[in-house]
Design a protein around this ligand. Structure first.
Ligand code: PMP
Length: 340
């Protein structure tokens, strides 16, 4: 019998898929790690498992305890799944501006939602700050414990990528990987995979693919935390050096406009059957840019973070795209009508 002990054992060990179009365009082998195949359908299942396991190991959580975090989407879904599997409860603080789809998904998983107005991080009522205060209060009230998952500044997030994602990529490519590219949300993925790969081969090229409105491309190229424009991409785009990013520096950094990531995302969907969210398009656009810098014949890996279905009302809504100055593809804008 080949079985998994629980849903937790189904997190990670995702396949590496050859991206045909990106590979043909560049003469490189561009591979996407299929994180959308995790139980919660995103890369954040790994961070959720890493953070909760670490808190249990340190004796901060017992059965019946609470996991609290400020998140709008994938991390909350990952936390709710891991918590349910371990007999824990989840409390998610979410900005009220977030898509209804995400709130519905979190409620369907049994998470308690606290909706707060969307205000910047420097404001005391920012969702991450409210989550921290709520967790501290619940920890005093609940004998089974309550933790602030704190995905941005809890390095258990980066550590699980050092222990799982990085070694998986190394083994799956038999050590032939030449480059790794990723966007930054918390920074756990990029800093963690970079640490694991650099330990095995210090010459591997590590690249950031950053989005408009984020400050990390500016930080790694000029030393200044400055941002420009805005992006419709969700789950990524960071304005500060989180604890997960401390001590990390990429070898290359690319600024990917939304028009480029959108075209890459829709091309993967139509030409390869890979229906993914926009952060995957940012990553693959970054992999293509790195391939052009390194030249033909290299093996480049990036992350396919989550599925297109999570963004139905935005990414697949021609009016929404146009309102952001982005051109929807023909097949989405004017679908072919076939008479029965
Ligand atoms: N893509 C999506 C869709 C995400 O939700 C996230 C996580 N915020 C990322 C990419 C980036 O991952 P990380 O937090 O590890 O930087």
């Amino acid at each position: 019998m080949e079985t998994r002990d629980s849903v937790l054992a189904a997190i990670g060990n995702t396949p590496l898929i050859r991206l045909r179009r990106a590979s043909e365009e560049t003469g490189c082998t561009i591979l996407g790690k299929a994180e959308f195949m995790n139980p919660g359908a995103s890369v954040k299942d790994r961070a959720a498992l890493g953070i909760i396991s670490d808190a249990i190991d340190r004796g901060e959580l017992r059965r019946g305890g609470l996991v609290v975090d400020g998140t709008a989407g994938n991390t909350g879904i990952g936390l709710a799944i891991v918590a349910n599997a371990l007999g824990l409860k989840t409390v998610i603080v979410i900005p009220e501006t977030q898509a209804q789809e995400k709130k519905d998904t979190l409620r369907s998983l049994g998470a308690s939602l606290i909706e707060v107005p969307a205000v910047p991080y420097r404001n005391d009522n920012n969702y991450v700050k409210v989550a921290g205060r709520t967790a501290a209060r619940l920890a005093r009230e609940h004998p089974e414990g309550a933790i602030f998952a704190n995905q941005f500044d809890n390095v258990a997030n980066r550590d699980i990528h050092i222990r799982t994602t990085g070694p998986e990529i190394w083994e799956q490519t038999e050590g032939k990987v030449d480059g790794f590219v990723s966007a930054i949300g918390t920074g756990g993925t990029l800093a963690g995979v970079a640490a694991a790969l650099r330990e095995r081969n210090p010459d591997i090229a590590i690249a950031l693919a950053d989005v408009p409105g984020a400050a990390m491309h500016s930080f790694y190229t000029t030393g200044e935390l400055k941002s420009e424009g805005s992006s419709i991409t969700e789950g990524i785009g960071q304005g500060r050096v989180t604890a997960n990013l401390e001590g990390f520096k990429p070898d290359h950094s690319f600024f990917i406009p939304d028009a480029e990531s959108l075209a890459t995302t829709f091309a993967m969907l139509k030409d390869e059957g890979l229906a993914l969210g926009l952060s995957s398009g940012v990553n693959v656009a970054g992999a293509i840019r790195l391939a052009r810098e390194l030249g033909p014949g290299h093996v480049i890996v990036t992350m396919l973070c989550d599925p297109a279905t999570r963004y139905q009302s935005r990414l697949f809504n021609p009016e929404f795209l146009r309102s952001k100055g982005l051109e929807p593809p023909e097949w989405l804008d004017r679908p072919t009508v076939v008479e029965p």
